[in-house]
Design a protein. Structure first.
Lengths: 375, 152
């Protein structure tokens, strides 16, 4: 992070120019600051300056109990809050060896996939907006609104849900849950082809995303990229397939892999992932088992001494939670391996050598959520 | 490779390393002077191929600092945790940014949060914290900030 006086820097090299994108720029979707060195229109260097919304969540968690720290993580990647909560609950359950009732597992997967859909919709809307199409935003928000309504019914909130707790979920599903999800599935199924018509098949959009932001398979692995960014470079890395949690090993869905390595490939991967998420929801929505939604747990959770790590697939990639426990009621050390942080580190590699006009199209395809990067 | 097979392979490669198996993964402890060479072996040895550093962090144990590296092989599918103990008063370790590119950002974060100095790092400066925070390391256990920190 730079202090304000240094936001505009003068470059000394001949023919080079420095421009600042952000910290407040519509295309960064949050407070992220890039200092870009240009030669003509060609990008020579990209330097991300982070930390504008750093809250030191890791330090904060050291003084919160194993029930409390879950709530803070909704504020990391606010578009995947259910999935963040899921990761934190998994690590506590793993440490205390808590068995979950079947109903809780199904509810968790349903919520995760709805979250993934909502997140991908927002990404689709904002990526199209970054490139210059404003209409898709309203289309995507129409469907996303249905999901947030479903969340509001059951969890009471629309963005930072805090619905998953160690041992299961906080409360039972709303009586209208199944009805509303069915309504959403029907609506979304008819609208998804419309999304394709509007943006995917649009020749202007294709020309602006094809062949830019190249990230080879080797680089994607070396930079620690995960999620759709890595899968669009041909890396098979879906945590749901490789290290299944909850009931993902019993479900039928495909891991989407593309070998295009460019912004267009990343776009296609997410569009296909939405269909897979929809497929998962369809398998589960009529088969929610009856029974408890929460396992019986002690009021105060005290994991044994040791180190625990759990990982889940958020909408942006692999989220890892690493806990060092000293046998106390609060974690001794906690580390969040956030997907956005690693994906962002590959941005310079993707953008250098390209044109400044394409930068936003590259950045949009990574799907950055800034609080997830800064933590 | 399973934990046991990994242990046998690694014992041959890194004779000075010590092992611990209690957790989820096999934990290997190497000394900071050996770390860079060991990292190269782990990355390039055909039977290991740890090409993906998926997490890198540090733990402050009040008497020492421990660097923790989480490695995975995208080819062979196995995982490993490597730990390196550092002197708390003068923590120094070789950077592995030349082996795994993701280490560049992660090491900058560890540098500002724990004060670990990474030797031969391409660009070691603050990443998240604002200018002027050098020398004050928020994630160390003895860090105090009466202005910004709310104690719970």
């Amino acid at each position: 992070m730079y202090s304000t006086t240094e936001i505009v820097k003068q470059s000394t090299a001949e023919g080079e120019m420095v421009i600042n994108i952000g910290p407040q720029h519509p295309a960064t979707h949050g407070v992220l600051h890039f200092v870009i060195t240009l030669n003509g229109e060609t990008i020579k260097k990209v330097e991300p300056h982070l930390g504008y919304i750093h809250r030191s969540i890791e330090k904060m968690c050291e003084s919160l109990s194993y029930r409390q720290f879950v709530y803070v993580t909704s504020r990391m990647d606010y578009l995947s809050s259910h999935i963040n909560n899921h990761a934190c609950c998994l690590v506590t359950e793993q440490a205390l060896q808590i068995e979950l009732p079947a109903r809780a597992l199904v509810i968790r997967v349903l919520m995760d996939e709805l979250t993934r859909l909502a997140s991908h919709m927002l990404w689709w809307a904002s990526m199209a907006m970054d490139i210059g199409a404003l209409t898709p935003f309203f289309h995507a928000f129409r469907e996303r609104e249905m999901i947030t309504d479903i969340f509001e019914d059951t969890c009471g909130t629309r963005l930072t849900m805090n619905y998953m707790v160690p041992g299961g979920v906080l409360m039972d599903l709303h009586p209208d849950f199944q009805k509303k999800v069915h309504a959403f599935i029907n609506q979304f199924k008819t609208k998804l082809p419309e999304y394709d018509e509007l943006v995917t098949d649009n020749i202007i959009f294709q020309n602006r995303t094809k062949g830019i932001g190249y990230l080879s398979r080797e680089s994607a692995i070396s930079y620690g990229c995960t999620g759709p960014v890595a899968r669009a470079s041909g890396v098979s890395c879906d945590v749901r397939k490789h290290f299944p949690y909850a009931i993902y090993d019993k479900l039928d869905f495909k891991e989407i892999i593309d070998t295009g390595c460019d912004s267009w490939a990343r776009y296609k991967v997410r569009m296909q992932e939405m269909r897979q998420s929809l497929h998962i929801i369809e398998q589960l929505i009529d088969n929610i088992p009856e029974g408890d939604f929460q396992a019986k747990t002690k009021a105060v959770l005290k994991p044994p001494k040791g180190e625990f790590y759990s990982k889940v697939e958020t909408a942006r990639g692999e989220l890892g939670v690493y806990i060092v426990s000293e046998g106390a009621t609060t974690p001794y050390r906690i580390k969040f391996r956030s997907p956005g942080f690693s994906n962002l580190s590959a941005l310079e590699h993707m953008a250098v050598g390209g044109k400044i006009g394409d930068f936003v199209a590259v950045m949009g395809s990574i799907d950055l959520v800034i609080p997830d990067i800064d933590r | 490779m399973t934990k046991e097979e990994l242990k046998i392979t690694l014992t041959g490669l890194l004779p000075a390393a010590t092992f611990e198996e209690s957790g989820q993964w096999l934990n290997v402890k190497v000394s900071s002077s050996e770390w860079f060479n060991s990292a190269g072996l782990l990355r390039n040895q055909n039977t290991l191929q740890f090409d993906f550093l998926f997490c890198e962090t540090c733990v402050d144990w009040k008497t020492r600092l421990t660097m923790v590296y989480f490695l995975r092989s995208t080819v062979l599918g196995h995982e490993l945790v490597v730990k390196v103990d550092l002197d708390r008063d003068n923590p120094e370790i070789e950077s592995v940014a030349s082996i795994w590119r993701t280490a560049e950002f992660n090491e900058r974060e560890v540098y500002e949060m724990f004060g670990v100095k990474f030797l031969n790092h391409p660009d070691l400066r603050l990443l998240i914290l604002p200018d002027g925070w050098e020398g004050r390391n928020p994630l160390r256990k003895d860090f105090e900030d009466p202005v910004n920190m709310v104690k719970l």
